[in-house]
Write a protein that binds this ligand. Structure first.
Ligand SMILES: Cc1cc2nc3c(=O)[nH]c(=O)nc-3n(C[C@H](O)[C@H](O)[C@H](O)COP(=O)(O)O)c2cc1C
Length: 200
């Protein structure tokens, strides 16, 4: 453990660390975020409509480092779904100011609608969370009033689970005095991992 320096409770790499430690730390913080609402619980998901890149904050609902998946919940009617229908490639990025760590992921998104995955997620969702899907207005459509009473009962019809599977994970750690640490981990179609240090 001597290659690590402490930042509060999480141990982060210093500039003598081994490259696999950057992946282990990334998996650790993403896993913690998933379990305990810690940093990286909210991530920025970027998709494209072919003209613009569209980014938005999303809550991580599940993380699995073995499958390299992150689950997100969303409204099936939202523009991001149209983006994904157009192009399933997506990028996810998160930053923790306490850890001075950025994690950037590239991969693809599969949209689940009215299947076992959405039923299971819906059954485990609180009434409060379900309410976000009961709005009769389509997300991102313009409105000229702020009336929050426009709810319907069939929120499940608007509910989708997006499964993001990444093939690239980039770790960037800010070291004030000795330079940044940047590493990229990629997996090929046979799940073979290749890791490289990058100029920060
Ligand atoms: C803290 C925070 C968490 C959010 N979590 C989600 C989420 O889990 N799912 C979601 O669809 N939108 C979430 N949003 C709203 C999105 O950022 C975005 O505004 C919305 O999904 C519409 O995106 P779109 O028009 O690009 O499809 C969240 C916003 C904030 C500020």
């Amino acid at each position: 453990m001597k290659n690590f320096v402490d930042v509060d409770t999480v141990r982060v790499p210093d500039n003598r660390c081994k490259i696999e430690e950057t992946l282990n730390l990334s998996n650790f913080v993403l896993n913690e975020a998933n379990k305990n609402h810690k940093p990286f619980h909210t991530l920025v998901l970027s998709t494209t409509d072919g003209n613009y890149v569209n980014s938005r904050v999303m809550v991580m609902r599940q993380f699995n480092s073995d499958e390299r998946t992150i689950y997100f919940h969303t409204d099936f009617r939202s523009p991001k779904i149209h983006d994904i229908e157009f192009n399933k490639n997506a990028s996810v990025i998160g930053y923790c100011s306490d850890l001075k760590t950025q994690i950037k992921l590239h991969g693809t998104i599969e949209v689940n609608y009215d299947n076992e995955i959405t039923k299971n997620a819906w059954d485990n969702m609180s009434e409060f969370s379900r309410k976000s899907y009961t709005n009769e207005g389509v997300p991102s459509d313009t409105i000229n009033y702020l009336d929050k009473k426009h709810y319907r009962n069939d929120g499940y019809n608007n509910f989708a689970v997006m499964i993001f599977t990444y093939t690239s994970l980039e770790f960037l750690f800010f070291l004030k005095h000795s330079g940044h640490i940047r590493a990229r981990h990629t997996w090929d179609s046979d799940n073979i991992l290749k890791s490289s240090w990058l100029f920060p």
